[in-house]
Design a protein around this ligand. Sequence first.
Ligand code: NI
Length: 163
Amino acid sequence: MALRTILTDGDPALHKACRPVTNFDQRLHDLLDDLKETLANANGAGLAAPQVGILRRAVVVVDVEDNMLELVNPEIISQEGEQEGFEGCLSVPGRWGVVKRPLKVRVRAQDRDGNFFEAEGEEIVARCFCHEIEHLDGHLFTEHTDRLYTTEELDQMMEEQGE
Ligand code: NI
């Protein structure tokens, strides 16, 4: 396993559509292991292959139990409700925006050996599924918000809300 460099906004790899994974081989397993290690090291909620410069449809997402789910060729197959809240991205460091997402989503994906499975996420996990899957089509959360806040501004707003 190895840490990979997380690309930041402006890198062309973040704005391209990724190709489906067709080989469920050691190379894919290494990529998924590296995504998990890189995500844990960055203390993030999700990471997509294009964020480390690999234009393939693979993501890892942290679930409610703090497990890292590996999703290969993921697709959202149903969604319901709506939530609005702050969102950030490891490829847009230090910037946060208010983004509307479905409250609940169901995803169909393959595991590292190619077996299909379905996973469901609510609230922050639903947000994360949507965010990571969008990365595979070259989209960033910043496209869904008019205003970006700095970490300092976000902390200040959270503090004010808490008072
Ligand atoms: Ni992101």
